[in-house]
Design a protein. Structure first.
Length: 375
């Protein structure tokens, strides 16, 4: 087992957050080494799925709005650096009962931060976007800035930029364990022992296994993503005519859709999946998975109910309050945990990378992280 020189920072997990941290740290001239058990971007964790929503009127809490605004800027910067289009603007609709968590939360964030938005009735939504069929009594918060990110391209671009700036990235090399040593850490894989002054753990569904004995309240959740060929009005599902849309239905469940970016109309539920672990997750997609999704599609987006083109399993790693888990280890302050994100973190990746880099350098962050500390 080889031992390299002592790096400034080691990162375990190079998905959305880890790749962003690697890029930002390397951009600041920090000596960083990163490990991933697979070769990212890959389909085994939480940073895949062809397309991801980015939205500004954040229903989860207004504190996220300045963070996502910074993320928009950083995604555009990465597009310029990489020469790759990563973000397609489409506008976005949050649809539900007027007093639903989704509608009330999005409206609250929009008003508090002075965001451009419109309140639309069910009839107005259908008139503007005929493929969407909200039920009578539903309303929508329309925000013009929302859009679609390409997650695999985003992760690849962040990793490439990190490599160009001198980061050492080790793929297909799972970390077995780490241990604190004299104010720093040693990271152990089957191939090597690596020393670093600080450690970032951003391993998504694998985080708890890297923090044994901490009894962290994380729950891994199986989510199934589907891509359907439109049964009718295919042109109306293009990104120039169909916004991203998130629905709160039956008083509780969340359902969402994205326009056809070339691989079909993407539709899925947000939360409500089976509890699992990375070892027990059912990767196969069942007939029941498809039928459950189609029931919602036929109810709210019936023109999308065509041939199923593909499906994929994604993992959410949830905290009890569904806010991010971001901060220093309470007993080993040289260790920073930047995960999990409860199924809504991808859009924030580059700003999380900045925040983590600030923590590493002992600099104050510009954002309110009160919801995200160790708890």
């Amino acid at each position: 087992m080889s031992t390299a020189h002592t790096h400034d920072v080691a990162i375990i997990g190079l998905g959305a957050m880890g790749s962003a941290a690697a890029f930002e740290l390397a951009r600041r001239g920090i000596d960083v080494v990163g490990f991933d058990r697979f070769t990212p971007p890959h389909t085994m964790g939480s940073s895949h799925g062809d397309s991801r929503i980015i939205r500004e009127a954040y229903f989860e809490h207004p504190v996220y709005v300045p963070m996502v605004q910074r993320a928009f800027d950083l995604w555009h910067q990465l597009e310029q650096l990489s020469g790759t289009r990563l973000l397609a603007p489409t506008g976005g609709l949050m649809i539900g009962a007027p007093d639903s968590e989704l509608v009330e939360g999005a409206r609250r964030s929009a008003l508090l931060h002075g965001l451009a938005h419109e309140m639309l009735s069910a009839k107005e939504i259908h008139a503007r976007f005929p493929v969407l069929h909200p039920e009578p009594g539903m309303v929508g918060v329309w925000e013009p800035r929302a859009g679609v990110l390409a997650p695999e391209a985003c992760v690849a671009a962040q990793l490439d930029q990190a490599l160009q700036r001198g980061a050492t990235l080790r793929f297909d090399e799972p970390v077995d364990r780490w241990q604190a040593e004299g104010g720093g850490v040693s990271v152990f894989t089957a191939q090597r022992r690596c020393r670093a002054r600080q450690l970032i753990i951003s391993a998504g569904a694998w985080v708890a296994s890297l923090l044994p004995g901490m009894r962290l309240p994380f729950q891994v959740e199986r989510q199934v993503l589907h891509w359907l060929a439109p049964a009718a009005h295919a042109d109306a599902f293009g990104p120039d005519r169909c916004p991203v849309h998130l629905w709160q239905i039956d008083g509780q469940r969340f359902f969402y859709g994205l326009p056809d970016m070339g691989t079909g109309v993407k539709l899925a539920f947000h939360h409500g999946g089976d509890a699992c672990t990375v070892d027990t997750v059912r990767r196969e997609v069942s007939t029941q998975d498809v039928n459950d999704l189609r029931a919602a599609v036929r109810r709210f987006v019936p023109a999308a109910d065509g041939h199923r083109l593909s499906s994929s399993v994604c993992l959410y790693t949830n905290t009890p309050d569904e806010h991010f888990w971001l901060g220093r280890h309470p007993e080993q302050p040289q260790v920073i945990v930047a995960s999990p994100c409860s199924g809504h973190g991808f859009k924030f990746a580059p700003v999380i990378g900045e925040i983590v880099a600030d923590l590493v350098q002992g600099q104050p962050t510009r954002f309110d992280l009160g919801l995200f500390g160790w708890r």
